[in-house]
Design a protein around this ligand. Structure first.
Ligand code: SAH
Ligand code: DHB
Ligand code: MG
Length: 221
C-alpha cells in the first residue's frame, strides 16, 4: 500500500483547508517539550471534528481524553462565545499543559478540564445534570470505550452526535484473536454500537499523516 500518497494528499488538504494556526502548532510543540505522546488527532481530523460540531450547531460539547488540548481547541473553536466544552483527562500533568494551550487559544472562558478517571467524572456530570450535550467525542483509553459510550448516551438527547476515535486500528479490529486490550476494547465497542437500536451509526476509515484508523459517527435517535 502506498501510504506516502495518503500522506501527500493529507498535506494537500491541510494546505488548502486545514487552518492549523500558530496556537495549534504551538500546542503540538508544547506536548513534545513536555514529553506527552503525539497521539492527538491529525490537523485534518481536527478540522473534520470542527466541521461536525458546526454541522450539529453544537453549543455544549463533551470530550473524553484531553491530552495536550489539541482536539479540544479544534472543537471549542466551533462553539459560539456562550458555548461550553467540558473535557476529561486522567493525567494532571497533561491537563496542566492543555490548560496553558487553551488559555493561549483564548478559549479558557468556555473550556473546563476535569482531571480524574473519566468513568468517575462521567458519573459526576450525570449526577450534576450537566447533560444533554450536543456533541460528545470519545478519545480516551480504549478498553472501557463501551462504558464511555453508555455514559455518552445517558448524557445525550435525540440528535446528539457522538464520535469515537480509533475504532479501526490499522485493520487490527478484523482479528478476532488479537490480544491487544486496546483493540479488544474497540472491537467490543463496535459490536455494542451495531447492537444498539437507539442510534444511527457508521464508521469512516481515515488515512493520511496518522496511521490507518477510523472514527465511529453516531447520531442518537
Ligand atoms: N483527544 C486528544 C487525544 C487523547 S489521547 C487529541 O486528539 O488531541 C487519550 C487521552 O486519554 C490521554 O491524554 C490519556 O491520558 C487519557 N486517558 C487515559 N485513560 C484515561 C481515563 N481513565 N480517564 C480519563 N482520561 C484518560
Ligand atoms: C492511542 C490513543 C489515541 O487516542 C490515538 O488517537 C492513537 C493512539 C493510544 O493510546 O495508543
Ligand atoms: Mg484518538
Amino acid at each position: 500500500m502506498d501510504t506516502s500518497l495518503f500522506e501527500s494528499v493529507d498535506q494537500y488538504i491541510g494546505n488548502l483547508l486545514g487552518d492549523e494556526d500558530a496556537v495549534l502548532k504551538g500546542t503540538l510543540k508544547s506536548m513534545k517539550d513536555a514529553g506527552i505522546p503525539g497521539i492527538n488527532v491529525s490537523a485534518n481530523q481536527g478540522k473534520f471534528l470542527q466541521v461536525l460540531a458546526k454541522l450539529c450547531n453544537a453549543k455544549k460539547i463533551l470530550e473524553i481524553g484531553t491530552l495536550g488540548g489539541y482536539s479540544t481547541i479544534w472543537l471549542a473553536r466551533a462553539l459560539p462565545a456562550d458555548g461550553q466544552l467540558i473535557t476529561l483527562e486522567l493525567e494532571q500533568t497533561y491537563a496542566d499543559v492543555a490548560r496553558q494551550n487553551i488559555i493561549k487559544a483564548g478559549l479558557d472562558p468556555i473550556v473546563d478540564i476535569k482531571v480524574g478517571k473519566a468513568m468517575d467524572s462521567l458519573a459526576t456530570l450525570d449526577a450534576e445534570d450537566e447533560g444533554p450535550f450536543d456533541m460528545i467525542f470519545i478519545d480516551a483509553d480504549k478498553p472501557p470505550y463501551t462504558e464511555y459510550f453508555e455514559w455518552a448516551l445517558k448524557l445525550s438527547r435525540p440528535g446528539t452526535l457522538i464520535v469515537a476515535d480509533n475504532v479501526v486500528r490499522e485493520g487490527k479490529v478484523l482479528d478476532d484473536k488479537c490480544d491487544d486490550e486496546r483493540v479488544r476494547g474497540v472491537q467490543r465497542f463496535n459490536k455494542a454500537l451495531a447492537d444498539n437500536t437507539k442510534v444511527t451509526a457508521t464508521i469512516i476509515q481515515t488515512v493520511g499523516t496518522k496511521e490507518h484508523d477510523g472514527m465511529a459517527i453516531v447520531v442518537v435517535k
